[in-house]
Design a protein around this ligand. Structure first.
Ligand code: ATP
Ligand code: MG
Length: 422
């Protein structure tokens, strides 16, 4: 990508309504633009990262055997009345009517719709288990939209729904999804924890959350220093300041609790028969007896992951994307593009790296070096090559590694190797 042709409207001033680093950075680097409270545009740079996250999620969902569908965002109110959530869900559910006064809601989640799909076809218990998922825009009329896309009203979620004929099947489907989530968050390259959670508004039996560990996280997590025990403090029914839980014995009897902050990026539930009962999703089991199906539902906050990744990857040295999320792996910073020979060296490097399969930004703009360097940092690109009139005729290039915070002189083969190894 030629920087001069790339629509990246960077800004210098901090946005007035942003407290969180990720929110500031996403606005300043031209990834997103606000349209209304909690409602954002994804501009080219942001959308590249969004697609990177989606692809990692999609690949691992597919590998787990789940099948992708796409459900409507606009949902008939009747279905929500049937599940009793039309009134229960609260004011986060945006309700409206069409020209014929038919009532609708904007989907904050899709249990009702998936049940309606599943009950409409004659299927047999032999077709189970089945897991269907989508990557789609959700709307929740959050009381306090804030932190940019971290807590937005319109946001992208991956939501999956599993169907089984009995509880044992559900437990298996749940474990399979949990493993897929582990693979996803490993591949995203983020530091995360799986914690026991409250089933909240969705309801059901067992549930666990995936949290990205970050000081700015809204949730407090209680983690044992000796065992694998970890829980969202919400479920501990502790009525005092939960940070006081630090140092108290872990509920599993092993070790003491430490308290960390987390950002909820994924949530998996064993819903059981809660929805299938109300919405009559029934199937005959192998004995010929009609059973309400056992459901699981599994969410990932696709857009929230991006903000969370920035929160986690930001330190004194500035912010650097984890490799699999980076919009570009490397930026070629051409310091005097008007000099033909300098430009040509950069162009050759650009072509070689692109042929090698790397994602490359080529900063060939006629701007002051200081601006180019600071924008390279703002964009969080892990690696850069700086080519200037004083170093263009070497076989070695000035290579900057922002992951290790190192500068070195490398030839093209060595550069390819660094990019490969990360
Ligand atoms: P929270 O507790 O943060 O409000 P939730 O528990 O209501 O989230 P779920 O119903 O579990 O959310 O939705 C699945 C995932 O969708 C969450 O784990 C989160 O990553 C993401 N998500 C939920 N609400 C929002 C939001 N307002 N903005 C961005 N992402 C969200
Ligand atoms: Mg949740």
């Amino acid at each position: 990508m030629y920087f001069s042709k790339f629509f990246v409207p960077t800004t210098r001033e901090d946005p007035s309504d942003a407290d969180l680093i990720s929110h500031k950075l996403m606005i300043k680097s031209g990834m997103i633009k606000k349209t209304a409270s909690g409602i954002y545009n994804w501009l080219p740079l942001g959308l590249i990262v969004l697609r990177n996250v989606e692809e990692i999620v999609r690949k691992n969902m597919k590998a787990s055997g789940a099948q992708e569908i796409l459900m409507p965002m606009v949902q008939p109110a009747e279905l929500w009345k049937e599940s009793m959530r039309y009134d229960q869900y609260g004011r986060e559910l945006l309700k409206f009517s069409d020209r014929s006064d038919r009532e609708f809601v904007l989907g904050p989640t899709h249990e009702e719709i998936i049940c309606e799909i599943f009950r409409s076809y004659p299927t047999s218990y032999r077709d189970l288990p089945m897991n269907l998922y989508q990557i789609q825009t959700k709307f929740r009329d959050e009381i306090r939209p804030r932190f940019g896309v971290m807590r937005a009203r319109e946001f992208v979620m991956k939501d999956a729904y599993s169907f089984d004929i009995n509880k044992k099947g559900l437990e298996k489907s749940y474990e399979k999804m949990k493993q897929a989530y582990i693979n996803i968050f490993d591949e995203l390259g983020l530091d995360y924890r799986i914690v026991n959670a409250d089933a909240g508004n969705i309801g059901g039996d067992k549930s666990e959350e995936f949290h990205i560990i970050a000081d700015s996280g809204e949730d407090l997590l209680a983690i044992s220093d000796k065992s694998g025990y970890a829980a969202n403090v919400e479920i501990l029914n502790y009525d005092k300041d939960p940070t006081e839980l630090k140092g108290t014995p872990s509920p599993d009897g092993k070790g003491k609790l430490i308290i960390k902050r987390g950002i909820e990026v994924g949530h998996i539930f064993q819903l059981g028969q809660k929805y299938s009962e109300k919405m009559k999703v029934v199937m005959k089991n192998e004995k010929g007896i009609a059973e309400n199906l056992f459901m699981g539902c599994y969410g990932i906050g696709i857009t929230r992951i991006i903000a969370a990744a920035i929160e986690q990857s930001n330190n004194e040295g500035g912010f650097v994307w984890p490799k699999n999320l980076a919009p570009f792996e490397i930026n070629i910073i051409c310091l005097d593009p008007k000099k033909r020979e300098v430009f040509d060296v950069c162009q050759t490097l650009y072509d070689l790296l692109k042929q090698n399969g790397n994602t490359v930004l080529f900063d060939e703009r006629e701007l002051r070096p200081g601006i180019k360097f600071s924008e390279n940092e703002l964009l969080g690109i892990p690696y850069s090559i700086v080519v200037s009139p004083s170093n263009f005729n070497n076989t070695k290039y000035e290579f900057n590694d922002r992951v290790k915070n190192q500068k070195s002189e490398l030839n093209i083969e060595e550069i390819k190797k660094v990019l490969e190894g990360n």
